[in-house]
Design a protein around this ligand. Structure first.
Ligand code: NAD
Length: 473
């Protein structure tokens, strides 16, 4: 009999301790579909104790000098390095992302703590405006709620700037990313920060999330998650007027213009759509092709997606690994079925497992034709399924791209960058990438419309953890 690992660590007030809660969360391998561990979820007691610890630690932490904070952020970067292998293993085995992508995600997670150090200048916190001295002060205890798709990256991104701002934090990772987030918990615990500055509690939205997001001693909540959860959190916070940052869902368009070179536009669109096996908020899951060249682009897209190697994420040749768990597999199948029932033509992939990959949560990367009113073009799927939509002219492309409750990201492929930039200005999306997919941790990130509220990254992210005070003298 195999003994299952028990993941029951909580990190509260400087101690790694067992969860007070008793509810068990089954942790499965994305690769085999089998149970690999048992997660023990926290409860209201864990949540309340974490907030108390963060509240106690706040006065001393917010009074640290910028040099001290920089040194602690560097300790966190070093500790993330030390836990790198466990973080990668969690991402690959539990989440199903490829080893190469996991390595990249973990390196970036560590880098957030280095970037945050650069924000710590005296000018960031004090400036003179007329007769006023304008001070930026930490908002208070910050609750950071994160999703399962690359848990450590989101935790590090939020925690780095919250701590730099002088806030103390309570992190609540997703209950669907236990292994990934327990590795992050260990990195925090080993970094040597003062007790209570960082706390990590595991638990579901109810009760742990609700306790944290209604708690009177919590000043700020930053969540990355679904739009439905973001709305609950905004409601939860209003009575105590919590500051909220909401990074929510997306249904991002990739507009291929009629002057685009097929050999560049197609890999660009496929990469945008299938990063992290399509389990990415920024995925370009609606590809808009011009009617004048629709057949050519559809065929090239179908060939490109059909040729992708789907398989074990530990195999270096794999491009698309499995999705997170059986629920996610079923969700993806549901949407493929719906797309077909609503009249979509399968250009690549389709229902069921890829041949030879019947174990585990492997799905076939799928391209389906659709019009923008179809379910698969309106709802977020969070798997490797892309709707291919034809437009008549540029105005219609803009109208289709913007006809979505979401507005997180957009992509434009064109032979003329100037034309692409002009189009980008007409799109309702927090970020638009023209012809290239770039890492830009220093530019703002966040959504229009129901993709969220507020911006993250760099000084935009830092500002979300600061209050502004003008003192006249
Ligand atoms: P989710 O909304 O189900 O859960 C996100 C987090 O919220 C989890 O930690 C969950 O436990 C917590 N939560 C749920 N109910 C809560 C409540 N009532 N109070 C407090 N916390 C609660 O999302 P998910 O399935 O983990 O992640 C996928 C979603 O996240 C997708 O919609 C995706 O687009 C979105 N996402 C957005 C971004 C972005 O930057 N905009 C990035 C990644 C993922």
């Amino acid at each position: 009999m195999i003994t299952l690992k028990t993941l029951d660590r909580q990190y509260v007030n400087g101690s790694v301790r067992k969860s007070h809660g008793r509810e068990i969360q089954v942790v499965t391998s994305a690769i085999t579909g089998e149970q690999i561990a048992e997660g023990v979820l926290g409860d209201a007691t864990d949540a309340n104790e974490a907030v108390e610890a963060a509240k106690r630690a706040l006065p001393a932490w917010s009074a640290t000098t910028l040099d001290q904070r920089r040194a602690y952020l560097q300790k966190l970067a070093d500790s993330f390095d030390a836990h790198r292998e466990d973080m990668i293993a969690g991402l690959v085995e539990e989440f199903g992302t490829t080893t190469a992508t996991a390595g990249y995600i973990v390196s970036q997670s560590r880098d957030w703590f280095v970037f945050a150090q650069k924000l710590l200048t005296e000018e960031t916190f004090t400036e003179r405006i007329g007769r006023a001295t304008v001070r930026k002060v930490p908002v208070g205890v910050a609750v950071l709620i994160t999703p399962w798709n690359g848990a450590g990256w989101f935790i590090a991104m939020k925690a780095s700037v919250a701590l730099a701002a002088g806030c103390t934090v309570v992190v609540k990772p997703s209950e669907r990313g236990f292994w990934q987030a327990q590795a992050v918990l260990d990195a925090f615990a080993d970094a040597g920060l003062p007790d209570g500055v960082v706390n990590v509690v595991f638990g579901k939205g109810d009760p742990v999330g609700n306790v944290l997001t209604t708690h009177p001693d919590v000043a700020k909540v930053s969540i990355t998650g679904s739009t439905a959860t973001g709305k609950i959190i905004a409601h939860n916070g209003v009575d105590t007027m919590k500051r909220v940052t909401l990074e929510l869902g997306g249904k991002s368009p990739t507009v291929i213009l009629d002057d685009a070179d097929v050999s560049r536009a197609v890999p660009f669109a496929v990469q945008a759509g299938l990063f992290n096996n399509g389990q990415a908020c920024i995925a370009g899951t609606r590809i808009l092709v011009p009617a004048s060249r629709a057949e050519e682009f559809r065929q090239a897209l179908a060939e490109a997606v059909g040729a992708l190697k789907v398989g074990d994420p530990r195999d270096p040749d794999t491009v698309v690994g499995p999705v997170l768990d059986r629920d996610q597999y079923d969700r993806v199948q549901h949407y493929i079925r719906t797309g077909i029932e609503q009249g979509g033509e399968v250009l690549a992939g389709g229902l069921g497992h890829p041949d030879g990959l019947e174990g585990g949560n492997y799905v076939r990367p799928t391209l389906l034709t659709a019009t923008n009113d179809r379910t698969i073009a309106q709802e977020e799927i969070f798997g490797p399924v892309i709707a291919v939509i034809t437009y008549a002219d540029e105005d219609e492309a803009v109208a289709i791209a913007n006809d979505s409750p979401y507005g997180l990201h957009a992509y434009v492929a064109t032979g003329d960058t100037g034309r692409g930039v002009a189009l980008a200005r007409r799109l309702q999306a927090g970020r638009v990438m023209v012809n290239e997919i770039v890492d830009a941790p220093d530019a703002p990130f966040g959504g229009f419309k129901q993709s969220g509220l507020g911006r993250e990254f760099d000084r935009f992210g830092l500002a979300a953890y600061l209050e502004t005070q003008a003192v006249f003298s």
